[in-house]
Design a protein around this ligand. Structure first.
Ligand code: DGL
Length: 269
């Protein structure tokens, strides 16, 4: 039955598990099929053409797993490929940018919003374009913070080096009097304690994964595809490469134990 199909989620690697964690909280009875493109990560430093090609392959893989909707957990892929995916595929496709931007707009008081993300997300101005489309009076300040990705994967959640790098990256934003900061990358919620401390306690942090999970809940309810099950949903994890430390990072990001990880080849789908 259509309603009992799982929700598909893809990311460039392990980071999207922070979004899966939010989806499990918002939709505990839904099953999830996750694909992490660990063989080809990072996407944040790749060209738009490549990110689009990979995003199409990843979506095809999830559709083969019979998913009822696709969540693009990767902010970089959401920035670059969401419109192509929506045109190409006939299932609901939900990315991170619009939900994150709407949540920031609903939060800001002084209309000054900061955005941090990968180089690709920031260079494509994905969040600032979306925010200004929602309200042209906003002032948006963006900053790429590429080193946050390896720091999160290293588990350096409160390490001295993470503070120092955050000080360096966030200095300019701190001078802009922002009251809201979008964590525009899958990995950044892992570092939210340091980011909050450095940017200042009065700045509201927006986790796009939280905002997107709520949109996914509303969307599948709207189209009548919410599961009837009252049991806890399953989470199946597929990756394109299993690195030695994948399991421990996955557990840190997901916030729960991981039993099985299946390696797949999505390039030849
Ligand atoms: N998942 C990516 C994002 O949210 C971060 C890692 C990468 O560069 O692939 O933008």
């Amino acid at each position: 039955m259509e309603k009992e199909k799982p929700i598909g989620v893809f990311d460039s690697g392990v980071g999207g598990l922070t979004v899966v964690k939010r989806l499990i909280s918002a939709l505990p009875n839904e099953s999830i099929v996750y694909f992490g493109d660990t063989a080809r990560v990072p996407y944040g430093s790749k060209s738009n053409e490549t990110v689009i090609e990979y995003s199409i392959q990843n979506t095809k893989f999830l559709l083969q797993k019979n998913v009822k909707a696709v969540v693009v957990a990767c902010n970089t892929a959401s920035s670059i490929a969401i419109e192509v995916l929506k045109k190409e595929f006939d299932v609901p496709i939900i990315g991170m940018i619009e939900p994150g931007a709407k949540s920031a707009l609903a939060t800001t008081q002084n209309k000054k919003i900061g955005v941090i993300g990968t180089r690709a997300t920031i260079n494509n101005k994905a969040y600032s374009n979306q925010l200004l489309k929602l309200n042209e009076k906003l002032e948006v300040f963006e900053k790429a913070c590429p080193l946050f990705v390896p720091l999160a994967e290293e588990g350096w959640i409160e390490h001295k080096a993470t503070y120092e790098i955050a000080e360096e990256y966030l200095r300019e934003l701190r001078e802009k009097d922002i009251d809201t900061l979008i964590l525009g990358c899958t990995h950044y919620p892992i570092l939210s304690k340091v980011i909050q401390q450095v940017i200042g306690k009065n700045v509201n942090l927006i986790d796009s994964g939280v905002a997107a999970s709520e949109i996914v809940r509303q969307e599948i309810e709207r189209i009548g595809l919410s599961t009837n099950s009252s049991a806890k949903g399953n989470v199946s994890l597929y990756v394109s490469d299993i690195s030695t430390n994948f399991k421990s990072i996955a557990e840190l990001f997901l916030g729960q134990n991981v039993d099985e990880i299946i390696k797949v080849d999505v390039e030849n789908i």
